[in-house]
Ligand binder design. Structure first.
Ligand code: GTP
Ligand code: SPV
Ligand code: MN
Length: 600
């Protein structure tokens, strides 16, 4: 097992506080995975899917209250409030620990405490970080098996004195003797806390069993804690997919793209290019850790080992590579289990005759509730979990500890209006401005965004920046200075423009490869661009539309820079950035002024 002093002391301390029935040290083995699945099927938490249709795969349904991240209950408990900044919830760390210790006291009664040793990044590589998650959720254990590298080799690396990131998690639902367990134990919203102590590299999560709230290697460690470390140490931890795009001549481009949750990262990461001869290979679909290499370029790795992807919308026509990735050895959460024991979700592109919906009710397509609204079979934030190596287009270099050199940064979000299909920054500083003022309409990936029409989401990192967002923006400018002329070129895209009557203006998915090709042509100097107030845009005919049936007026709309709408967005951005006070980088203010002048 381990002789690591800090780890042994920590496990003993948590065991004493949480009083589980037993402690199990996990080894990441297939035997362990199979055993936990058998146990969860026996208790009714998991459903085993048909072995011939979906080998070694399981479905879970969460409690209806526990279906997504809860940003309102997520905290950055830095020592000083100003270090958490205006985009984070803050509680004094001592006070938060007091509150949470009361919740943790006895919280694992009647349950098993699992100790999960995991590596984010290839085990043993310089760039990898070691975490240990303590959890009382067997669902978390099996998902961590897929999403991270769970292995006792972590103990060898730690040795007696090595350091790790402690990640404490409990579903917050102790069991009294004889009390029957619920199918998905969790705590009510007011008892949920997803807490980060960035100065201590420490994570405490209580009350939720879902996704990023509970699989602590992902958003908590690899983004919130890692971004704070990266800010201190001069590297980057970003909410970005990473892909390799290879031209017909064999030239490789590496692209990292930041879109908010449920805005198209997983889809872009594995897209099937429609531009002849070009191909995409996946390196990561959610998180990138990047640092300058010896040659002065920026190198990126994917710290994860699997995908936790949005199920609805995943179909043969949209994301066939994701569908192939979940053909076996997959976990599904909050989807329909069909009458023949397979899975289904909305916009899967296949018929479903009926089954059990994500709320465990009998379900048929087209069913309506009392108000006449259609009942969805799968929750909009239902997810699949699958190992990255099951993706048919996973890149041979996806686990290369040296990473891949990034040529292009892409920013974006879901905007049904205003933002054109694509524009390019004049230079890296303006690229930082574009990323920092990225905006998106809310999605189902977080529970509590309310009814806002639009939110600013700098670098798609609003819920994941582990420190002051103004310092984080400055860090981006500093990285640009460090990289100089080797900095990636910056672009902004929007796949989500709609007509007034609600139809997509752009076909999206595989057709997005046309936009990626234009970016690569720009990097190569093969195409020009026209200057607009917001940036550089394609010259007509140079972003190929061959074979697409897009009416000229739709294309004009997709390429339009509506200065009235942009002036409005600029005003909104100013108001938003005013919250940053004197932490707003001077260069951001300069960019705002310059854009205002260009818009006239
Ligand atoms: P998280 O995993 O939550 O971070 O989301 P994500 O950014 O990986 O988003 P994902 O690729 O799962 O896409 C979210 C939703 O957007 C899905 O329902 C997709 O079908 C849809 N989507 C993705 N790309 C496109 C596109 O190019 N056009 C349109 N219209 N929809 C898209
Ligand atoms: C996201 O919300 O960005 C996700 C899902 O990828 S979760 O892991 O729950 O954060
Ligand atoms: Mn995703």
């Amino acid at each position: 097992m381990t002789n690591n002093k800090k780890l042994l002391a920590w496990v003993a301390e948590i065991e004493a506080m949480c009083t589980p029935e037993q402690v199990v040290w996990c080894d990441g083995s297939k035997e362990e995975y199979d055993r936990l699945m058998v146990e969860m099927v026996a208790t009714g938490m998991a459903v085993k899917l048909d072995e011939t249709k979906r080998p070694n795969s399981f479905a879970f349904n969460s409690d209806p209250s526990d279906v997504a991240r809860v940003e309102g209950r997520t905290y950055i408990a830095s020592l000083k409030e100003e270090d958490a900044g205006p985009t984070n919830n803050w509680i004094d760390p001592a006070e938060l620990k007091e509150t949470m210790k009361k919740l943790y006291a006895g919280c694992m009664k009647g349950r098993t405490l699992y100790v999960i040793p995991f590596s984010m990044g290839p085990v043993g590589s310089d760039i990898a970080k070691i975490g240990i998650e303590i959890t009382d959720s067997p669902y978390v254990v099996v998902n961590m098996h897929i999403m991270t590298r769970v292995t006792p080799k972590v103990f060898d690396i730690l040795g007696e004195d090595g350091d790790f990131i402690p990640c404490l998690h409990s579903v917050g639902s102790p069991l009294e003797p004889g009390q029957a367990d619920s199918r998905w134990p969790c705590a009510p919203i007011e008892k949920k806390y997803i807490a980060h102590f960035p100065e201590e590299n420490l994570i405490w999560s209580f009350g939720s069993g879902y996704g990023g709230n509970a699989l602590l290697g992902k958003k908590c460690l690899a983004l919130r804690i890692a971004s704070a470390m990266a800010g201190r140490e001069g590297w980057m931890a970003e909410h970005m997919l990473i892909l390799r795009f290879t031209s017909p001549e064999g030239k490789q481009f590496h692209i990292a793209a930041a879109f908010p949750s449920a805005c198209g990262k997983t889809n872009l990461a594995m897209l099937q290019a429609t531009v002849p001869g070009w191909k995409v290979e996946t390196i990561g679909d959610d998180i990138a850790w990047m640092k300058p290499g010896e040659d002065g370029r920026l190198y990126a790795i994917n710290p994860e080992a699997g995908f936790f992807g949005v199920a609805p919308g995943t179909a043969e026509y949209s994301n066939p590579m994701a569908l192939a990735s979940v053909q076996e050895n997959a976990i599904f959460t909050n989807v329909v289990v069909t009458d023949d024991n397979d899975v289904w979700w909305e916009d899967m592109g296949v018929e479903c005759s009926g089954g059990t919906d994500w709320k465990n009710n009998p379900w048929k397509p087209g069913m309506k509730d009392a108000d006449g609204n259609e009942i969805k079979g799968a929750h909009p934030n239902s997810r699949f979990t699958a190992r990255a190596e099951q993706c048919p287009v996973i890149c041979a270099d996806w686990e290369n500890p040296a990473g891949v050199p990034i040529d292009i940064f892409v920013f974006g979000g879901k905007r049904t209006n205003t933002m054109p299909l694509v524009h390019e920054a004049f230079d890296f500083n303006q690229g930082v401005y574009m990323g920092a003022t990225a905006s998106s309409e809310p999605t189902a990936a977080a529970l509590d965004l309310g009814n806002v029409a639009l939110r600013f989401d700098p670098f798609a990192m609003t819920p994941f920046i582990g420190y002051h967002a103004g310092d984080y923006m400055q860090h981006w400018f500093d990285m640009g200075d460090k990289l100089g002329d080797k900095a990636p070129r910056c672009f902004y895209v929007n796949w989500f423009r709609k007509t007034d009557d609600g139809k997509w203006l752009w076909p999206g998915f595989g057709e997005n490869s046309r936009v990626l090709k234009w970016m690569c042509d720009r990097v190569e100097g093969k195409v020009g661009a026209r200057e607009t107030p917001i940036g550089l845009m394609p010259i007509d005919g140079e972003l190929t539309l061959d074979g697409l049936d897009i009416p000229a007026e739709d294309w004009a709309e997709l390429m339009k820079v509506d200065t009235v709408l942009f002036k409005q967005t600029l005003q909104d951005a100013k108001e938003y950035l005013a919250k940053f006070g004197d932490k707003l980088p001077t260069r951001m203010t300069e960019q705002l002024k310059a854009l205002e002048a260009r818009l006239g």
